[in-house]
Ligand binder design. Structure first.
Ligand code: PLP
Ligand code: COI
Length: 345
C-alpha cells in the first residue's frame, strides 16, 4: 500500500486541497483524445469559451475509501458515469464513454492514492469529474470542443458538526424549473442556488429545502442532497419528482432498506403538509457529500416543525441505514454485487 500523506485527516472539512494528479481529456473534431494524468491544476481556456459565456458545464461527485482491510475502493462509479451521460445529453455535450469514464476515475485515484484518507479517520477522497465547453462561442449554441477532467480532494463532513442534526428552511427560491435541468447535474443548477444558500446561512440555517417549482406544495430536495423520511411505523418515504437529481446514495439506501433491512419503502410525491402534520418520525439528507445527515427541524416562514428524532442525534432507523451504507462503503459489510469498485488491493 502507498504511504499516506501526512495530514490531520480528522480535522478536514469539505474543502479543496490540491492533490498530485488530475485526469484531462480534450474533445476536438468529434472525438475524445487519449487523456493524460497531469500535475497542472490550472485550466487555460479562451476568454469566449462556452463554459464562461453560457455556463455549458456538468459534473459528478463520488468518493474513494480506504477499507477496514486496507484496500482502496470507490462506490458505484458506473452509476455516476451513466448520470453524467444523461447530463451531457441534456446539455448538448459529447458523452465521455462510460467504460473509459470509470477507468479514468480508477487511474486518477491510483495516481492520488496517497491522498485517500486512512480507514477510521472520518475523511474520504472526494472525486469530482467535470466537463465544460472549451472553445469560443458567441452566438447561443453549444461549443464544438470540450474538456473532461477529474480532480480529487480529501474531505471531511459536508455539514459542520458531522452527524449532528441540522436545521433547514423552506426556500422562497426555486432550484429547478418544472421542465428544466433539475434532474441532471448541470453547474447552472448550483449557480441558481448560490444566493439562496448564502441567504439561508445569513439567517442561521444549514440548508434550503426546495418545494416543487410548479405548485410549491411538494418536497423536492436541498441544494446538494436528496431528502428521505421515516414514518413512525418504520416505512422509508422517498420524495419522487421529475425535477430532482436521481441521487445514487438515495437509490442505494432504497435498496438497502428493502433488500437488506426488510423495510417498507414508499417512493411517491411527498407534500410539505405531511411534515406540518407531524407524520414523520425522522428526516435526513442523503448524497455523496452529505452521506446521511439528520434533519432536526424544518423552518417555514416563522414556524418551526420539529422532527421527533430531535436535535441531539440521528434517529434509530436512519442510523441503521447509515451504518449499513457506510459499512458497505468501508468494507465492513458485504456489498451487493457491483457496488464496490476495487482500485487497489
Ligand atoms: N441532489 C443534489 C442537488 C446533489 O447535488 C447531490 C450530489 O451529488 C445529490 C442530490 C446526491 O446525489 P448522490 O447521492 O448521487 O451524490
Ligand atoms: C455531491 O454530493 O457529490 C455533490 O455534488 C453535492 C455538492 C453540493 C457538494
Amino acid at each position: 500500500m502507498v504511504p499516506k500523506k501526512d495530514l490531520d485527516w480528522g480535522s478536514l472539512g469539505f474543502g479543496y486541497l490540491k492533490t498530485d494528479k488530475r485526469f484531462i481529456s480534450n474533445y476536438k473534431n468529434g472525438a475524445w483524445d487519449e487523456g493524460v494524468l497531469s500535475d497542472d491544476a490550472n485550466v487555460v481556456i479562451n476568454e469566449c469559451a462556452g463554459v464562461l459565456q453560457y455556463s455549458q458545464s456538468c459534473f459528478e461527485g463520488l468518493k474513494a475509501y480506504t477499507t477496514e482491510d486496507g484496500k482502496i475502493v470507490c462506490f458505484r462509479p458506473d452509476m455516476n458515469a451513466e448520470r453524467m451521460k444523461n447530463s451531457c445529453e441534456r446539455l448538448e455535450m459529447p458523452v465521455f464513454p462510460v467504460d473509459r469514464w470509470v477507468q479514468a476515475v480508477v487511474d486518477t485515484v491510483r495516481a492520488d492514492e496517497a491522498w485517500v484518507p486512512p480507514y477510521g479517520s472520518g475523511a474520504t477522497l472526494y472525486i469530482r469529474p467535470y466537463m465544460f465547453g472549451s472553445n469560443p462561442v458567441i452566438g447561443v449554441k453549444p461549443a464544438d470542443e470540450y474538456q473532461f477532467r477529474i480532480l480529487t480532494t480529501p474531505v471531511g463532513p459536508y455539514f459542520k458538526g458531522g452527524a449532528k442534526p441540522i436545521v433547514i428552511r423552506i426556500s422562497d427560491f426555486d432550484r429547478a424549473a418544472p421542465r428544466g435541468t433539475g434532474h441532471v447535474k448541470a453547474g447552472l443548477n448550483y449557480a441558481m442556488s448560490l444566493h439562496a444558500i448564502m441567504d439561508a446561512h445569513r439567517n442561521g440555517f444549514n440548508e434550503n429545502l426546495y418545494l416543487d417549482p410548479a405548485t410549491r406544495t411538494k418536497i423536492e430536495e436541498t441544494g446538494g442532497a436528496n431528502v428521505i423520511f421515516v414514518t413512525p411505523d418504520n416505512t422509508l418515504v422517498v420524495p419522487k419528482s421529475p425535477s430532482i437529481l436521481p441521487s445514487i446514495t438515495r437509490r442505494s439506501i432504497v435498496y438497502i432498506a428493502k433488500e437488506i433491512l426488510g423495510m417498507k419503502v414508499d417512493e411517491r410525491e411527498v407534500y410539505f403538509d405531511e411534515v406540518k402534520k407531524g407524520e414523520f418520525a425522522e428526516c435526513g439528507l442523503c448524497g455523496t457529500a452529505a452521506v446521511i445527515s439528520p434533519v432536526g427541524k424544518i423552518y417555514d416562514h416563522g414556524t418551526e416543525y420539529d422532527i421527533p428524532s430531535g436535535m441531539e442525534k440521528m434517529g434509530p432507523t436512519l442510523q441503521k441505514l447509515y451504518d449499513t451504507l457506510t459499512g458497505i462503503q468501508m468494507g465492513r459489510l458485504e456489498a451487493p454485487k457491483g457496488w464496490i469498485c476495487v482500485i487497489d488491493e
